[in-house]
Design a protein around this ligand. Structure first.
Ligand code: AMP
Ligand code: GLY
Length: 421
């Protein structure tokens, strides 16, 4: 069958690489894609925000399934419009995608479904935000309401930081904020496939959100990850599924907005058990890359039944027991303004030892690969232990020639310290 993949990041390169291995696949298209994805798929220059154009393409190319990678098209209702046109799609409709698009929506849903999340207040003005800060005290978390790619969040350890964050946020006209209780613990990502009725856990990972070694500096989209997240023990995972994910899926279905796709739960493992930090309506980036490296099952054979609303007929996903670890190489300046145009070399050398280099912000100009975004590469390797996977990933990183880029040197360090205990 023919498949269209929407997106252009490292996550989509991971999905493309895995979809291309499917015996069910005839031809993979990607829009807009990137040079790495172009090795697995035919790139099509579709305007993804123009839904009738996407539908026309699907009809002309005989697309049996559209896989939507990023959140923006989901929040914009691309999946609704494809479904209305009779085209199968992996990814939730606009209404349930608000789990990612609107923090206020998620908080209200948690209230209705009795899900444990951080206490919060929504503020529509600077005065309301000041009152909420006074009520919580520091540490406290200030979030912009709406899509902000993890960058609209300030975890403020002091009141001064929190006040600076609300001042900046309400400098934008029409802003609204969610002020939240600070959750103390270790953060993990849990992925669940669902067609709105059945649900299947789809692996766990730990991201490294801060830009600098030792978890310092500003938040980013993610500088590296490893999978599985061993701190999420089978008992804690079962509890998170039972207390957080299952009631979310059931409540959305009961309220007439069934969620179909992958649900990504960002969890804090606190002294009182797992608590929800946030939901995303898509795979994580770079968490997807480590999941795809470990996935032994045919990805297409899993995604298609979800799009058809018959997940309960699908085979259970099988993951390797190996650990996968990915190191993001970003362009200097990220997460501020990244330096674009820098040359990238050495990918073949990096992959010679068995690593896989997923491309994100890359562009091909006159046959040369250059950096075109903030996060540029996700250099991914596997091993029997986190230590082995980390060593293999950094050997691959060191084979890459990307003078205008940087990476963290401590991805997986916390897990390695635990392995050595
Ligand atoms: P979000 O965009 O909601 O995922 O927030 C980005 C990051 O901020 C999360 O991945 C956490 O590391 C951190 N964070 C968000 N909310 C909280 C909270 N209530 N307590 C502690 N850390 C948080
Ligand atoms: N790596 C975090 C995210 O994809 O949201």
């Amino acid at each position: 069958m023919n498949v269209l993949l929407i997106g252009s990041g490292g996550r989509e390169h991971g999905l493309a690489w895995k979809l291309a291995q499917s015996p069910l696949l005839t031809k993979l298209y990607a829009a807009p894609g990137n040079p790495g994805i172009g090795e697995e798929a035919e790139l099509v220059a579709l305007n993804v925000t123009h839904h009738p154009g996407v539908i026309d393409f699907c009809r002309a190319a005989g697309i049996a399934l559209v896989v939507v990678g990023p959140e923006a098209p989901l929040v914009a209702g691309l999946a609704d419009d494809l479904r209305a046109a009779g085209i199968r799609v992996f990814g939730p409709d606009k209404a349930p995608a608000q789990l990612e698009g609107s923090k206020a929506f998620t908080k209200a849903l948690c209230d209705r479904a009795g899900i444990s999340t951080a206490g919060y207040r929504t503020a529509h003005s600077l005065d309301e935000a000041r009152a909420a800060l006074a009520a919580f005290g520091a540490p406290v978390v200030v979030k912009a309401d709406g899509l902000a790619a993890g960058k609209g969040v300030t975890v403020a350890m002091t009141m001064a930081e929190a006040e600076a964050a609300i001042d900046a946020l309400f400098a934008e006209p029409g802003a609204s904020a969610v002020i939240e209780e600070f959750l103390d613990g270790e953060e993990v990502s849990l992925f669940v496939l669902t067609d709105g009725k059945a649900m299947v856990p789809f692996g766990s990972a730990q991201d490294h959100k801060r830009v600098g070694d030792g978890d310092t500096g500003p938040n980013t989209g993610g500088m590296g990850a490893h999978s599985p997240a061993r701190v999420l023990t089978p008992e804690l995972e079962a509890r998170a599924l039972r207390e957080i994910v299952a009631p979310t899926i059931a409540t959305l279905a009961a309220e007439g907005m069934p969620y179909s796709g992958v649900l990504y739960a960002g969890l804090m493992l606190t002294g009182q058990g797992p608590r929800l930090i946030e939901y995303n309506a898509r795979f994580g980036d770079p968490e997807c890359q480590v999941l795809m490296m470990r996935l032994e099952s045919d990805l297409l054979a899993l995604l298609l039944p979800i799009a058809e609303g018959r997940l309960s007929d699908a085979p259970a996903p099988v993951f390797s027991d190996d650990v996968a670890l990915t190191v993001v190489m970003a362009a200097n300046g990220y997460p501020g303004t990244p330096e674009t145009g820098g040359a990238i070399g050495g990918i073949d050398a990096a992959e010679a030892g068995g690593a896989k280099v997923f491309q994100a912000g890359t562009k091909s100009v006159d046959g040369r690969l250059i950096a075109s975004g903030g996060r540029v590469l996700a250099v991914t390797a596997t091993g029997a232990t986190v230590r082995a996977a980390q060593a293999a990933a950094y050997r691959a990183v060191d084979a890459i020639d990307f003078p205008t880029g940087f990476c963290r040197r401590d991805i997986g360090a916390r897990e390695i310290a635990r392995e050595s205990d």
